[in-house]
Design a protein around this ligand. Structure first.
Ligand code: SAH
Length: 288
């Protein structure tokens, strides 16, 4: 008998962020699996069992949920935010690929959720309004030099960065090292947003600059957004400033900017100045 596995994103915070689809899938499960704090956010239903587990046991949790579903049960595996963003959906796919054939016959539903970077971005304006990329700063599943290489490439290419897993008790220095790395590429005034526990009662959002950004302001529940050289801060009287990245960006012609090498620009300020000198083509900056 083939069971069913729902991998469900419950969003970043309280029930406001739960989609109707996620809510229905949670109601349809016999047993819920997940990291304890995420399960704690799901209302208890009579007759529904719970299998909480520790944060670093994603592979074992995915395998346990698949084994249970293969017995014919309807299982929900709960993820914070979106299950496909640094979370359980990939762990389940890895387990299915490596596991017994019977796991491929299980009906699998991956239910999206509001990921942390979207919730943080929405609090302060539209920092992800133009091209951006998301990186996890955790070096549990990849080596730190690869993270540095990706920070260089993304910042050098003008992407806004959403940094997940910026610090943890076991990883205290990574965010500071990432800021130091990014300062090689980006202007001091580049906006940086620390969004902590967004959507929860202890939510706290701070906007600062790359020059002033202090890694000590982040913890495990914080998502950090580092702007691009295009990202702007709009002060407003009596209101929090708006942080946004315009929908259009300066374009660089191949000939004029080829020598900048695209990736390893010394800093974003220089990029704009040199482009002006070397007649790079600015695209329209009109905003409606
Ligand atoms: N699947 C999750 C991300 C898991 S990685 C998602 O889509 O959001 C865990 C990291 O997500 C945390 O270290 C933090 O960087 C970020 N995060 C999760 N919930 C958050 C919240 N409510 N506010 C800010 N950041 C959050």
């Amino acid at each position: 008998m083939n069971g069913r596995l729902f991998v469900i994103g419950i969003g970043p915070g309280d029930a406001r962020y739960l989609t109707p689809e996620a809510e229905a899938a949670l109601g349809a499960a016999d047993t819920l699996y997940g990291y304890t704090p995420y399960l704690d956010r799901v209302p208890v239903r009579s007759g529904q069992a719970r299998q909480p587990s520790d944060n670093r046991e994603e592979g074992a949790r995915a395998a346990a949920a698949l084994r249970h579903a293969a017995e014919g049960a309807s299982i929900a595996l709960v993820s914070g935010g979106d299950p496909g963003v640094f979370a359980m959906a990939a762990a389940v796919c890895e387990a299915i690929e490596a596991g017994p054939d019977a796991w491929r016959a299980i009906a699998l539903d991956i239910i999206p959720g509001v990921t942390a970077m979207l919730a943080v971005a929405a609090r302060i304006g539209a920092p992800l309004g133009h091209d951006f990329c998301a990186l996890s700063l955790s070096d549990n599943l990849k080596p730190w030099p690869l993270i540095e290489q990706r920070l260089d490439a993304a910042a050098g290419a003008g992407f806004v960065l959403a940094l997940y897993n910026p610090v943890s008790r076991a990883r205290p220095w990574q965010l500071g090292a990432a800021f130091a790395r990014l300062r090689r590429h980006l202007p001091d005034r580049t906006p940086v947003v620390f969004g902590r526990a967004v959507g929860r009662v202890d939510e706290h959002v701070v906007v600062t600059t790359l020059a002033a950004a202090d890694a000590a302001a982040a913890d495990m529940a914080t998502l950090v957004i580092v702007g691009s050289p295009e990202t702007r801060v709009v002060p407003r009287p009596g209101r929090a400033p708006l942080v946004y990245t315009p929908r259009s960006a300066l374009g660089l012609t191949q000939e004029a900017c080829g020598e900048l090498g695209g990736h390893h620009l010394p800093n974003g300020e220089r990029k704009q100045a040199e482009c002006a000198e070397t007649s790079c083509v600015p695209s329209s900056r009109k905003l409606s």
